[in-house]
Ligand binder design. Structure first.
Ligand code: PLP
Length: 404
């Protein structure tokens, strides 16, 4: 395992010794991110794209510089393919409403999967209702992988959009997006990847992935809340109408009509998340200084240790792939006879922070036959000691509830 234990000192929140295993929900922020935002807010802040004065020009350069950095980080061909949003949720809604209302009609199908986060399900339900399109789903196998045979069978010329997770926030499953994109494109469908859990943890090259839209959030990748990214292939972005109207997204406005600014600004109505863009830039620099291959290897090494040690905990079932193939560092656990919230509360008493609940994936919970799970998720600042604390906390929970 790559030794990243020295990184822990960069994360002030972790100084109190908490075993933080909830990064799939939101990650902690390292000092370079906090300092970059603080420095910018104190020294260079102004609104962007508006002022002729120096401070505004500098702020605009910082904001557009963040766009260039994101483009480089995900391998986009063109900076203009990066749209800043409020988060992954807004990025997906921007496509669902901006693309969906323009391009879907009665008789069309949208194909999602059974393991989507509500963020990649509910917007499509809303758009299906408005357009008359039908929302269909690809099942998962009993091994908690996407059923690729079923996917191929469900594809057809009536499928116009395939909406798929880049990595399940419940199971850790990583679908083969390149294969999905190839099949979808053969049938003329567009592909949107909810990469909220993927971009923070795996090397991502949007060109290699081959999808048309990729959505992710800064706060899950060491950056601040309040900013996310929609990457769109230029020709796919050109098929979209703006989802929100307002300042900054227009070319001209009369009392009755408006014309749009160029891409990407037409999709960024209103004052954008400027300080947050600076923070995201710093977060990407931080991740890149580690190297995304190393980040993923580290997550995987901790997952391997955890899966092995959790296997010996009485009454514990893992919901998700049991091997490491195409799997990230998210482990959902179900403990016989103990509600996930009780498990999480006992773990909290032991200084271990995990999430409990349906993880915004209620249809998946139903498919798994559970109402909730306790979920541990790993990131760069976690160590083997965090895994050990998790395992011993779970043993204690089992003892308290008399689980054998
Ligand atoms: N998609 C997945 C897989 C997620 O895990 C999350 C957040 O938990 C989201 C989408 C939504 O991200 P955000 O709340 O940052 O918009």
């Amino acid at each position: 395992m790559n030794d990243l234990s020295h990184l822990k000192a960069d994360f002030p929140v972790l100084e109190n010794g908490v075993h933080f295993l909830d990064s799939a929900s939101s990650s902690q922020k390292p000092i370079p991110v906090l300092e970059a935002m603080d420095r910018f807010a104190r020294g260079s802040y102004a609104n962007v794209h508006r002022g002729a004065y120096k401070l505004s020009v500098a702020a605009t350069e910082a904001y557009e510089g963040a766009r260039r950095r994101v483009a480089e980080f995900v391998g986009a061909d063109d900076d203009r393919e990066i749209v800043f949003t409020r988060g992954a949720t807004t990025a997906i809604n921007t496509v669902a409403f901006g693309w969906g209302l323009e391009n879907l009609e009665e008789g069309d199908r949208i194909l999602a999967t059974e393991m989507e986060h509500h963020a990649n399900l509910v917007p499509w339900q809303m758009v299906a209702r408005r357009t008359g399109a039908v929302l269909d789903h690809v099942p998962i196998t009993d091994e908690c992988r996407l059923d690729m045979d079923a996917f191929e069978k469900k594809m057809g010329p009536d499928v116009k959009m395939v909406a798929v997770t880049g990595m399940s926030n419940v199971l850790g499953t990583i679908p083969d997006i390149a294969a999905i994109s190839r099949i979808a494109h053969r049938h003329g469908a567009r592909v949107l990847v909810d990469a909220a859990q993927r971009v923070p943890h795996l090397p991502v090259d949007v060109t290699e992935m081959g999808a048309d839209f990729v959505a992710f959030s800064s706060h899950k990748m060491l950056g601040p809340t309040g900013i996310g990214v929609l990457w769109g292939r230029m020709e796919a972005l050109e098929e979209m109408e703006p989802f929100e109207g307002g300042g900054e997204m227009i070319s001209d406005v009369t009392l009755h009509t408006a014309t749009w600014a160029g891409i990407p600004h037409r999709f960024e109505a209103g004052t954008p998340p400027i300080i947050e863009a600076v923070g995201l830039h710093a977060a990407i620099d931080y991740l890149d200084s580690i190297g995304m291959e190393k980040v993923f290897d580290h997550d995987k090494a901790l997952t391997a240790i955890a899966l092995e040690r959790l296997g010996d905990v009485p009454g514990l079932a893992i919901q998700g792939p049991k091997d490491l193939e195409d799997r990230g560092g998210v482990i959902s656990m179900d403990m016989k006879g103990i509600h996930a919230h009780d498990v999480a509360t006992i773990l909290d008493e032991e200084g271990v922070a995990v999430r409990a609940g349906h993880h915004c994936a209620k249809p998946l919970m139903r498919r798994l036959g559970v109402t909730a799970t306790a979920r541990a998720s790993f990131y760069v600042y976690n160590t083997e000691a965090d895994v050990d604390a998790l395992v011993s906390g779970l043993r204690r929970a089992g003892e308290l509830f008399g689980v054998r």
